[in-house]
Design a protein around this ligand. Structure first.
Ligand SMILES: [Fe+2]
Ligand SMILES: [Fe+2]
Length: 242
């Protein structure tokens, strides 16, 4: 089982202790094989924020962890601290028949996203020969998310990156950033955007949430969990071709 959380913004004034306790409690009850965190763990990338964010993530009892930076984490040279704490901005973790490759889509001090051609090669090298379920995680949304106002911050090379992902046969893309959960199917790929797991920086009636993905060799079942009530809602059930 894989749990996907995003946009926890641990040190922001819209971070909710109550929501965070809910999320940590539920995830630890589930004990997933893998926890994927798609960025914005801090609010401004400052050292004290990284310390708090690390302490927060250390509470989760997951076998493995994949974290990528968000635009907020790359502020104020926070990307330096990110690498010190998490080792790389391009993690690759294989758990059973699932491989997750993380990509840094941020640019220092900008909210806009950019993936970059070197990252295409990293993803290709990691996933092209992998015969299991291929997953890519990044902060920025690759396709517009409805209910989020004026479109902005999509990676400037989103079209090119989507083509690369599609050609590799990536099954699943996990994103965050907009604080609104949404799922698109594009060619054979599912693009799952997580909402904010632990903050009150919410749009209209969108609740804070995170995602649970149960992946067998042939089937992916994705569910969204309301961080407030812990109620689950189905996202999609997909028959996988591996
Ligand atoms: Fe965010
Ligand atoms: Fe963001």
């Amino acid at each position: 089982m894989l749990v996907h959380i995003s946009d926890v913004h641990v040190t922001s004034n819209y971070f909710s202790k109550k929501l965070s306790e809910n999320v940590v409690g539920e995830v630890n009850r589930l004990r997933p094989d893998l926890l994927v965190v798609t960025g914005d763990i801090t609010d401004n990338g400052y050292p004290y924020e990284y310390k708090e964010a690390k302490d927060f993530l250390d509470q989760f009892k997951a076998e493995r962890l994949v974290v990528v930076p968000g635009n907020h984490d790359s502020r104020n040279a926070g990307y330096v601290l990110f690498e010190e704490l998490f080792g790389t901005r391009y993690p690759s973790v294989e758990v059973g028949h699932v491989k997750v490759v993380g990509v840094d889509s941020t640019e220092p001090d900008l909210d806009d996203g950019h993936v970059g051609r070197l990252a295409y090669r990293i993803v290709e090298n990691e996933l092209k020969e992998f015969s299991g379920v291929r997953v890519v995680a990044l902060h920025h949304h690759l396709v517009p998310v409805p209910g989020t106002g004026r479109e902005r911050n999509i990676p400037s090379d989103s079209g090119d990156f989507l083509k690369v992902l599609s050609e590799i046969g990536v099954h699943l893309v996990l994103c965050g950033h907009k604080h609104v959960p949404w799922t698109w199917r594009l060619n054979k790929m599912f693009i799952i955007n997580a909402g904010t797991a632990t903050t009150l920086r919410l749009k209209a009636h969108t609740p804070p949430s995170f995602n649970i993905l149960t992946i067998s060799k042939a089937l992916l079942v994705a569910e969204r969990v309301n961080s407030e009530t812990l109620e689950r809602q189905p996202i999609c059930t997909v028959h996988l071709e591996t």
